[in-house]
Design a protein around this ligand. Sequence first.
Ligand SMILES: [Ca+2]
Ligand SMILES: [Ca+2]
Ligand SMILES: [Ca+2]
Length: 158
Amino acid sequence: MKTTVVLFLILLFSITSQAQDLELDVYVIPTSVIGDPILFNVNVKNKGEEVVQGVEVQIELKSGLEFSSVSPKDSDYNPDTGIWKIGEVVPNKGKILGVIAKYAKKDDAILIAEISASGSKDPDSTPGNGVDTNGNGILINDKGDEDDGDAAQNGPYN
Ligand SMILES: [Ca+2]
Ligand SMILES: [Ca+2]
Ligand SMILES: [Ca+2]
């Protein structure tokens, strides 16, 4: 009896303790002027207790944006594939990629980002399964979607 309880508690602990938990958020510093640069910050956090290796993020710029550069400049980001190779993400220490894009047109000035690869299992999200995981058509700040994807939009302004 006692052994069963102990085993159950061990099992429960291993389920509830989140050794690694990646979370991604996208923020925008907007502009209302067509042709001006917009800064998007893609912010990856590890809310767990252990280091995660081999982390990659897929970044997509919709048709209202024209990519210009990233910050820091030496980030491992490939504008052709949209893959940002982060590598290691340490608990309580976020990694941020600044994506600078031109505000090319009023609509669809949207940046979408999701964790696309990770060396560890995440208790509440799966890499590469899309941002709109609850299928309600909302990608931006949707708390009902998995925590490893997000999007941000500039405008639209009149
Ligand atoms: Ca997660
Ligand atoms: Ca996901
Ligand atoms: Ca959604």
